[in-house]
Design a protein around this ligand. Sequence first.
Ligand code: CA
Length: 526
Amino acid sequence: MAIFFKQLLFISFISFAWSSFGQQVSQSNQPNILFIFSDDHATNAISAYGGIFKEIAPTPNIDRIANEGALVQNALCTNAICGPSRASILTGKYSHINGYYKNYKGGVFDNQQWTYPQALKESGYQTALVGKWHLASEPVGFDYYKYHVSRGQQGFYWNPVYNDNGDKVEEKGYATNLTTDFALDWLAGSDSNAPFCLMLQYKAPHRQWAPDTKYEKLWEDIEMPYPDNFNDAYEARERTAGNTEMTMDYFTREDMKMTPPDSLTPRQKNRWKQYGFRTNQIVSPSDSLTPQQVRQWKYQRYIKDYLATVKSVDDNVGRVLTYLDDNGLAENTIVIYASDQGFFLGEHGFFDKRFMYEESLKMPFVIRYPRKIKAGTVVTDIVSNIDFAPTLLDMAGVAIPRAVQGKSFFANLKGETPKNWRQSMYYHYYEYPFYHRVQPHYGIRNQRYKLIHFYYDIDVWELYDLQNDPNEMNNLIYDLEYADVIDELKIELYQLKNEYGNNLTLSELREISDTNFGGLESHKVN
Ligand code: CA
């Protein structure tokens, strides 16, 4: 009996030692995750994606991630606005499931729901969030967080205020540099025996586009090129693209970095700076300029500031990559650079996002993981922001809950696209009329076509042939040649709506939008 007991103890010891050993091995094999994320960064402002600024304003460090890993060409946002995109990334679910539809009025993320950082933490990851959060509720699932507060949830470019694990602290300096400092400090103090997931999320290049001092005059002596459709007249799109508050007319004096007179009180100065925001407030540097000259002046000011803030982001991505190299972390760390949606850089005469048009729909997504992804990979499959969470869990070897709506595209990144991979994606934007007066809409996009239905306040359809018309200037909805294409796309669109469980009625959607439809004042016209 005694011998038997000893044997049992011995066997137990062996199996305990084996299981501990096994766990250690599997933990050290789990990759680290460094998710670098920015706000409103258009693919057209990343040289790896090409575009008209490729030579003038290159992004060598973001490009390095793509060159040493993969560039995803069709990473599409399911609801192209800040908070909702972030909520979809964290949950792997559409807005109508995670409940975060819009930024304006009442956008608060329910932080009691499942998110992928919580899942990673539960499986042994050290987790941290640094920088922009923008979800109105406290971050859950992080060992450490330090995120921007003040100016709504936007934070400041200069001397930003952070919520540092519950304490409000003001820091001195430029936000993009500081956020990187805090991320690297956390990394340096983390436990090298457990994998980490670090979400490094920049405020830049979000409005008001304040560059670091050293980059304020970077392109002072040159005229930046204009996109082909800068002077879009919105023919056959008068009630949609032609009826917004997204044009150059809506830049404020603050956007244009104009200085208020000294004689004004602080409150008056603030009002002076916000001039341009409302209907019939046209900001101009001089009365002698024509309307077109004013538009061009605004574009130049805007695009130079925007690209200068991007330059700081790219510099800091370089700092982070160097840190990984210097600390032997490059091989076993998944590095991603992405942004919450795209942005208009003068295309259609616009700034901002929201529309299902390509410039805002497309998110940059580059990823490096030397152990599994071949250098120079280009993925053209359609993926979306609900796929990010399951992809990261898949790469980390962590189970993906059934309730997650997105699909892992890890196989696609390895050049092994599954046979049944999706051929189209479903989009839905809810916020109206504040800000920027973009009519709510939903739609479908495949590799060739895009069909959009604007229907809360108006009932308008648009069809674009992306192969023949990549700038989306010709609405083909009344072209009889495309009647069959439209019918097929409509069927597929309704199938996707059903599949993802969006059965909200028009009155429910209007309630979500919280708008008195039909009674809105007319917008700025000049
Ligand atoms: Ca954004």
